[in-house]
Ligand binder design. Structure first.
Ligand code: FES
Length: 102
């Protein structure tokens, strides 16, 4: 296992967004309400990139069709979509946030 830093902790803030390409996966590091989250940068509804998704009341709104996803659970807030956001675990190490790669 090796740690891969994605961002320095002091650069994170609410509204932060950073698309990351890692091991062939397109991911999105974001922060809202003081919580840093790493998700697949692909809307579970129809695959839109979520880099420019907006966030209101802890729900991420996809820019393509406007479906919102609860950032606590990843679940859609409307029945128009039955799939959830995919979260990836974050690791904090030495003033950075990142992931462990095997
Ligand atoms: S692709 Fe995201 S709401 Fe449809």
């Amino acid at each position: 296992m090796s740690f891969v830093a994605l961002e320095k902790l002091h650069l994170l803030h609410d509204g932060y967004r950073k698309p990351v390409s890692l091991a062939g996966h397109n991911l999105l590091l974001l922060q809202e309400n003081g919580k840093t989250i790493l998700i697949k940068n692909e809307c579970p509804h129809a695959g839109a990139v979520l880099t420019y998704a907006t966030c209101t009341d802890n729900a991420l709104r996809c820019p393509m069709h406007g479906i919102q996803f609860d950032l606590a659970t990843g679940n859609p807030t409307t029945p128009a979509c039955t799939s959830s956001l995919q979260f990836l675990p974050l690791i904090y190490e030495g003033g950075n946030v990142g992931v462990e790669l095997s």
